[in-house]
Ligand binder design. Structure first.
Ligand code: V47
Ligand code: SF4
Length: 371
């Protein structure tokens, strides 16, 4: 350790950056201000070095993937967030809704190929009642008892509360009873009120998102969590977002993984530019350094593409998500990644990044190590 710190002192002129780096290497928790300094003034290579050192202490040389299927049951959505090219009005020529039979057939096909998780996230149509959300979970669980269901974001849970008059607690308990095992992390965007008012003023806000995840944790439902970055937010707003997440994790320990989602602008009302690779890597690295109470940081291959995902696995990330089969949300906004990948391809992506591929389940239990 002393050797690493001496090395830093030799290479870096800025004493504040050296002090923060020393704190990180000694396992200390950095403040919002320190994180902001690191993002603004530390080299990308220094951030990567610090993040990867912390990652290796927690995860060794392993990187995770899962054999799963993502289902986006409908793109019809009452909210129309400005950053989203997926959600459309019912009258739109691109509008679709899968029948329950179609959803079951898709899951059946993926199950035949070894899928152990179904991840459900979609639009929020006005005509779905509360029972539709619960009965879909029940039907999937009855048909595929050993598949794990990770479904409905906090935005959907908040909407269910509005249309049913039930509490978050009752809704999550009923979904759990029906067969839901985990919540995905979508819908977090950036918690700042300023940002929410600009990009998605009417859906569940940051406070509701945190309350729903906390309620899930207290009911024994683990959850994932995200941050959509690279649109109108400042770097400080990103770090404050991660601070809220770090606080709840201290309280409950119920988050399994943090997933920074790079914004894709094509076809959105918000427009703008794609994030740069440097910003993507800095954001992943900073998440690893700032979120000292997280074991897992995901480099989502759908938003980063295969090559940058490989670099991210050496900048603090230890997970790349899964086989997916057919992703539609980020593909509507122009990502050039494939729609899904075979398990063999994910193993190759991880191996070529210099890491040991490990197949995991939804809860990050190791299923098979591909040494
Ligand atoms: O909530 C929407 C984001 C999320 C765009 O929990 C966009 O394991 C980029 O949350 N550019 C849905 N992103 C996906 C999601 C997710 C994905 C993978 C794994 C997990 C997990 C969760 O996609 C939405 C929104 O934040 N999104 N539009 C866009 N233009
Ligand atoms: Fe609807 Fe979700 Fe897209 Fe917003 S991000 S428009 S809530 S599908």
């Amino acid at each position: 350790m002393a050797f690493l710190i001496d090395l830093l002192r030799e290479g870096i002129k800025d004493t504040e950056i050296i002090d923060i780096s020393e704190k990180v290497l000694e396992g200390g928790r950095i403040s919002v201000e320190e994180a902001l300094k690191l993002y603004k003034f530390a080299d990308l290579t220094l951030l990567g070095f610090l993040a990867e050192e912390l990652n290796r202490r927690k995860n060794g040389n392993k990187a995770y993937f899962i054999t799963n299927i993502q289902i986006n049951p409908t793109n019809v959505c009452i909210y129309q967030c400005d950053f989203c090219a997926f959600g459309v009005k019912p009258s739109d020529s691109k509008a679709y809704e899968m029948s329950v039979e179609e959803i079951l057939t898709r899951i059946h096909n993926a199950y035949q190929k070894g899928a152990r998780e179904v991840h459900i996230v979609g639009g929020i149509p006005a005509h779905w009642d509360y029972d539709k959300y619960v009965s879909l979970i029940k039907k999937i669980k009855e048909t595929f008892p050993d598949i794990i269901i990770k479904a409905w974001t906090a935005v959907e849970i908040h909407h269910m509360a509005k249309i049913s008059g039930k509490s978050y607690r009752d809704i999550l308990s009923e979904l759990k009873e029906a067969g839901l095992s985990a919540l995905p992390g979508g819908g977090a965007e950036v918690f700042s009120e300023r940002v929410r008012n600009l990009i998605s003023p009417s859906k569940a806000d940051g406070k509701a998102y945190i309350e729903i995840h906390k309620t899930a944790h207290l009911l024994g439902i683990p959850t994932n969590t995200t941050m959509l970055y690279g649109h109108v937010e400042t770097v400080e707003e990103r770090i404050r977002h991660m601070e809220e997440i770090r606080k709840l994790q201290d309280e409950t320990g119920g988050f399994q993984v943090f997933i920074p989602l790079a914004y894709w602008p094509e076809g959105t009302r918000l427009g703008g530019k794609r994030t740069s690779a440097v910003d993507d890597l800095k954001t992943i690295a900073l998440a690893r350094i700032f979120l000292d109470n997280f074991k897992n940081i995901k480099a989502y291959w759908i938003t980063l593409g295969e090559r940058l995902t490989q670099v991210a696995l050496n900048y603090g990330a230890n997970d790349i998500d899964g086989t997916i089969e057919e992703e539609r949300v980020v593909h509507s906004a122009g990502t050039d990644a494939e729609k899904g990948h075979s398990k063999e391809k994910l193993i190759e992506i991880i191996r070529k990044a210099g890491k040991i591929p490990v197949e995991r389940d939804t809860f990050y239990n190791e299923v098979r190590i591909y040494a």
